[in-house]
Each structure stands twice: as C-alpha cells, then as structure tokens.
Design a protein around this ligand. Sequence first.
Ligand SMILES: C[S@@+](CC[C@H](N)C(=O)[O-])C[C@H]1O[C@@H](n2cnc3c(N)ncnc32)[C@H](O)[C@@H]1O
Length: 293
Amino acid sequence: MPLGRLRRRLPAPPIPPSPVPCRAAHSAVRRIVVAAAGAAVDPSTVVRFSDQLAWELDPDMRRELEARADELAPWLQGPFLLGGDLVIGGSWRTDGRWLALGREVADDLRGRRVLDVGSNAGYDAFMFRKRGADHVLACEPAGFHYQALFLESIYRSGVDFQQIGWQDLDPDEHGRFDLIHCNGVLYHEPHPVALLQTIKRMLADDGEVFFGSMMLADPEVSEYIRFVPSAYYGDPTWWMVPGRLAMRWMLEAAGLGVEHEFGTHDGPPGEFRVVNGYVRCTPREERLPEWRP
Ligand SMILES: C[S@@+](CC[C@H](N)C(=O)[O-])C[C@H]1O[C@@H](n2cnc3c(N)ncnc32)[C@H](O)[C@@H]1O
C-alpha cells in the first residue's frame, strides 16, 4: 500500500497519558518494543488478527509503523503482528496465556456478545473477534486504549474500543454480555466487590465469565485476603491479594458461581508468593442483605 494511503488510514493518536496504572508498564519502558524477524518473536508464529495484513511491508511503511509503535510505548501485551515481519513484542507473552484460555473459550463465538474489562492494548478483544463474536466491547480507561486504537486502525476488526473504566459500564447503555473476560484487574482495585457486582450486572442470565487474578500462593492462607498497604515489589498499584478460596467466596458473594479453575502458574516475585490463574464462572443467586429492597 502506498505510504500516502497509510497516512490517511492512521490518524496520529494522542500520546497515552502516563504514568499508567501497572507496575509492569514502568519496567517495560526500557525494553525494545518493536521486534523484527530474527529477534525475540518469530513473526510466523504470531496470530494474524486480520486477513488483510500485508505479507510484506515497503520500507517507508515499515518505518512509519515502527515510529508509531515506538511513540505509543511502553507495550505490555503482545506480540502484535503489524504486517510483513514487523512485530510489537510487548513485555508480556499474552499469546502464552491463551494456550490455557484458548482451550476454555468456545472456538466459535458467533452470535455472542463479549465484554473485556481492562482490555489494555486489546489482545484478548482481538482474539474474541477472531473467534467470531458478533460484538466485542473492550473497556480500558488508561492510555493503553491508544495502543488498541492504533492496532485497530491496522486490523479493522470491528472491536468497540472505549476508554472507560468498569465503573462506567451500564447494562442499560451497553447491553448485557454472553461472555465477560476480566484478567489482572482485581488486585489493582480498591473496590473489588463493586467490580465483581458490576460484572454480574453486565452478564446475561445464561452467560459465562472468565475471571483471572493474582492470588496468594500459600494454601494455609487460602481463605484470607492480604492487603498491600504500600506496594508489592515496588508496585504501588496493588491494593490487596485474595487467597484462592477468598476469591471464590468473593465471586460467589457477588452472584458468580465458580465452575472450575485453570491456567494457574507462578506470579511475579515479591514480598509474598503469588500465583496467577483463572476461574470460569456462571451466574448464581446473589445473596442480598434482608434489609435491602
Ligand atoms: C494487569 S493489567 C491486565 C490487562 C489485560 N486484562 C490482560 O490480561 O492482559 C490491568 C489493566 O486494567 C486496567 N484498569 C485499571 N483500572 C481499571 C478500571 N477502573 N476499569 C477497567 N480497567 C482498568 C489497566 O489500565 C490495565 O490495562
């Protein structure tokens, strides 16, 4: 594609606000985010989020895409193929997480509405669209939203990227969803139960939730929540970490029944040991206090 057309397709996005609310974002700044063939990520192994992606990039277009991606750094999620051999590496291997998640999510999501809460640069949202979801709403309040818009300007997937937080989600405005994905948000959240209650409100009666979080690794403290008064390993955005049982009970109290856990693996090193993992939930009776109308 001639460079002129590319320029018209890619309006200059604003630089994302900083700081971004994730520790990994800070450490990612110093990383090289755009990797060519032969570097850390092999482009032939990267998911193609669009059938329209160019198999080769002319040098001017490649430079332009690379410059845009650099402007939008730091990238956490990845890898994202931009065409040819040009890949945004990111500091997380989000594709690795999909080895487990991909087995749990239906291959064919046609006819279903999907909500991704805390969607970052959009990796999961693009995956849900690739599996055929009719509508995907991706909710991300931070500057990562502009990374998603940049990628969407290339992929044209149709994901509805909105720069909003979970607090702005409203079933009357956005509708309810057959599948809700929310990973890595809970322990950054000062009001975790309110987050879960919102997810329940946004869920269709026969919907499902894939909920991922850091949890306490020590089984001895499974039913407890550990608050993080200052920081976890220097990251001030961690508020609390639930034990595995505490997370299950918190979800249940919010009206989400846990079907099973999957994808559990060691989390980042810090003052105490954590694991990162998912649960699949479906709606259950929400326990309401008797005094509530
Ligand atoms: C640890 S990252 C996880 C990103 C992504 N879900 C994933 O699994 O790769 C947490 C994300 O939640 C976003 N976030 C922070 N506050 C939020 C809020 N109030 N509502 C929705 N997302 C939020 C952050 O900006 C960040 O992108």
